[in-house]
Write a protein that binds this ligand. Structure first.
Ligand code: PAF
Length: 284
């Protein structure tokens, strides 16, 4: 496994690759890796000659400086996990490598329809930062396929929009949410949950499952009220629970208005903000 810290070193490596072996699968991460990330590495290894994983805690996507400071950083363990998962290349740049001082790195502005709701409403500027860093990393890494998790549903939809609108030569592969045994979606933030809150954090998955089960017998308004009621418990505070069209991300007023229905939520669990989602109905 190679580890590169500079754009120059990675570019040199790219130039020396045998032309035939340049089917690169790319897994962008902010480190603090868990089995969810490793499932992306596995998917990439199955489909590409070479798998590159980046570890970069991107400052431009944090709208709160304390969240950036508290973001877990475990580089030693991450490198070990990536080596045992068979990752070929780790790209671990500094902020100066990603955002060289004095260089204007243009990135597209996502349409407000996609960014103004859900995460965008509570984390202003977050998706602009995500689009900026993913575009920059794609330019550096030059993959054929990009692997992202469904857990960040809105993020994956916005990156899909960016790829399409810029006609980038990369295929987005969205991989299923990995869950702990009790249903909690895997997340780097889970390690910060207090023990008794962690024990009850399966609440998000239970609520999404309950909503899916009642999909055909209740109105959207009743489903949302049910979910918000369930999620409002001691130590838990929902920020939103939305039922949206899976492509446009627009909130639905009626279930049968579209074939592709997704429920997304963000909940404060003590001091930790958790997100989760579930595809309630898909045309496929
Ligand atoms: O999902 C993440 O970990 C980040 O938003 C990403 C895609 C690595 C960009 O910093």
């Amino acid at each position: 496994m190679y580890l590169f810290k500079t754009v120059q070193d990675y570019s040199n490596f790219l130039q020396h690759l045998d032309g035939d072996s340049t089917s690169i699968g790319f897994v962008p991460t902010m480190g603090a890796l868990h089995d969810g990330h490793l499932s992306l590495i596995k998917a990439s290894k199955e489909q590409n000659a070479l798998t590159v994983c980046s570890i970069f805690v991107n400052p431009t996507q944090f709208n709160e400086s304390t969240d950036l400071l508290k973001y877990p950083r475990t580089p030693g363990k991450d490198i070990e996990l990536l080596a045992s998962a068979g990752c070929d290349v780790i790209f671990m740049p500094s902020p100066e490598e990603v955002y060289p001082p004095g260089v204007d790195l243009a990135s597209p502005i996502p349409p407000s329809d996609l960014v103004s709701g859900m995460e965008g409403q509570f984390r202003p500027g977050h998706f602009e930062g995500v689009v900026q860093v993913v575009k920059r990393l794609l330019d550096i890494v030059q993959p054929a396929r990009l692997y992202m998790g469904q857990k960040d549903y809105q993020q994956a939809a916005i990156i899909g929009w960016m790829i399409q609108s810029l006609e980038l030569p990369v295929e987005l592969v969205v991989c299923p949410i990995m869950r702990e045994e009790d249903g909690l979606a895997m997340s780097s933030r889970n390690v910060r949950l207090e023990r008794d809150i962690r024990a009850r954090a399966t609440l998000l998955h239970q609520t999404l499952t309950a909503v899916k089960e009642k999909l055909n017998e209740s109105s959207i308004q009743d489903l949302k009220a049910l979910a918000l009621g369930n999620l409002s418990q001691k130590d838990f505070r929902p920020e939103y629970f939305e039922i949206v069209d899976g492509v446009s991300l627009q909130p639905l007023e009626k279930i049968n208005a579209t074939d592709f229905v997704v429920a997304c939520t963000a909940v404060w669990a003590g001091e930790v903000r958790l997100i989760d989602n579930m595809i309630l109905q898909s045309g496929a």
